[in-house]
Design a protein around this ligand. Structure first.
Ligand code: ADP
Ligand code: ASP
Ligand code: MG
Length: 408
């Protein structure tokens, strides 16, 4: 039988959803119901909650370098266990199932250890399994490079595995089952007044995810937008009670209202480096940022003061905390030294396509932060977002007050 891949759906279950044997059995019941009612399915699962953290912790007792073959091999093992358990739970309730590692499901990646990118997908094996009436249960977060070495896609990467599989299979949709009932106007665990968003455009979700809302991995949204794969975010625990309300992330629909601010988020994964007294003639900007890009460091904010008398200036830039070691290596190689490295900061961001047609949003943000005596370390804006870096101790207050002001 040849499988008509358009009829396949991809269902992904996150760590909390598969966090215990009882929860795995609950997921197996959801899969069984959907398989019986809707036909062929592919399942993607994360490691049981806390397991990847535990493995990373073990690794870091021996080395801080997470860009190694062994890091990938170790941290990928969390998903190996959870998919084997989930497929066993499915078989036990009469749903024929087969557990697969990422490479067995056709995920071919580049060789960037600890943060590999998917380069190619060969879905022939998975399509074969589906057409034989089995439900494949695929280990998220992992693949293999062209030499067969196991790679991982970066923390939170199982969402990216699921959306990439859905795109490659030209699946009808990709359902991301998690521990909240959709995408909210802010993290509902920090902001008690946050509301569930019914529909979101790829563009807004991409911005929100890359600014720190971990409900979807940023690269999963990028892939969804590129291949026009509609993603639904659903609550595993509500779904088992028959509630399927969630958030649909899809193409822009003219019927969507565009509020000025659709959602807010925070990002704690930030280190701010400051270099003072740089000499204009030393050409630091060019040399340093070339070096950082060669090392694969992701630079976010860059603040460059005006050149003062004597040709001296100050430079600040932010990177994810994981890249601190690589930044220090790059600075050393150029005989430079940061006068300050701040790691106790949080970026608070507001996102909304409505900002395109509204002026004065930044002014309101500054007013609210100043009324609440929140210090702004630096700010960046784009067409549809405003971000302010604030001290970590003030970040949750900043998020809640900005949320309640912009999303009444
Ligand atoms: P999973 O293990 O299912 O992949 P994650 O922990 O990666 O789940 O992502 C879900 C979490 O994302 C939620 O528990 C919530 O705390 C957090 N989150 C952050 N921002 C948002 C938001 N805007 N809407 C919903 N959840 C959010
Ligand atoms: N298990 C991996 C992590 O904790 C991948 C994921 O959950 O998406 O980062
Ligand atoms: Mg996740």
């Amino acid at each position: 039988m040849v499988l008509d891949s358009h009829t396949v759906k991809v269902l992904k279950f996150g760590g909390t959803s598969v966090g215990s044997i009882e929860r795995i059995q609950n997921v197996a019941q959801i899969v069984k119901r959907r398989f019986e009612n809707e036909g062929p399915l592919c399942v993607v699962a994360s490691a049981m909650s806390g397991e990847t953290d535990r493995l990373v912790g073990l690794y870091k007792t021996l080395s801080e370098d997470t860009q190694t073959f062994e890091y990938d091999l170790l941290v990928a093992s969390g998903e190996q266990a959870s998919v084997a358990l989930l497929a066993t739970a499915l078989n036990a309730i009469g749903v024929k199932s087969r557990a697969l590692l990422g490479y067995q499901a056709g995920f071919v990646t580049n060789t960037e250890r600890g943060r590999a990118k998917i380069q190619h997908m060969d879905t022939s094996h998975i399509s074969q399994i589906c057409s034989e009436g089995f439900v494949p249960v695929v280990a998220g977060f992992q693949g293999a490079d062209d030499k067969g070495y196991i790679t991982t896609l970066g923390r939170g990467g199982s969402d990216t595995s699921a959306v990439a599989l859905a795109a490659a299979l030209k699946a009808d949709l990709c359902d991301i089952y998690t521990d909240v009932s959709g995408v909210y106007t802010a993290d509902p665990r920090i902001c008690p007044n946050a509301k569930r968003i019914e529909h979101m455009s790829f563009e807004e979700m991409m911005e929100l995810a890359s600014l720190g809302a971990k409900v979807l991995h940023p690269r999963s949204v990028e892939i969804a937008a590129k291949y026009n794969t509609v993603v639904r975010v659903l609550n595993t625990f509500e779904a088992s009670k028959g509630n399927t309300m969630g958030t649909t992330v899809g193409p822009i629909n003219d019927l969507f209202e565009s509020p000025v601010v659709t959602a807010l988020t925070t990002d704690k994964n930030l280190a701010l480096f400051t270099l003072r007294d740089l000499q204009e003639s030393e050409n630091v900007l060019d040399r340093l940022f070339t070096r950082l890009s060669q090392e694969g460091v992701i630079v976010d904010i860059i603040v460059h003061s005006a050149v003062h008398d004597g040709g001296r200036y100050t430079l600040s830039f932010s990177t994810p905390k994981d890249d601190i070691r690589l930044v220090e290596k790059s600075l050393n190689s150029l005989d430079l030294k940061a006068s300050q490295v701040d790691t106790d900061l949080v970026k608070v961001s507001l996102v909304g396509t409505g900002m395109r047609s509204h002026s004065g949003v930044a002014a309101r943000v500054f007013q609210i932060l100043s009324q609440n005596k929140i210090k702004i370390v630096c700010t960046t804006t784009s067409e549809i977002k405003i971000s302010c870096v604030v001290p970590a101790s003030q970040a949750e207050t900043a998020l809640r007050t900005l949320h309640d002001e912009f999303i009444p």
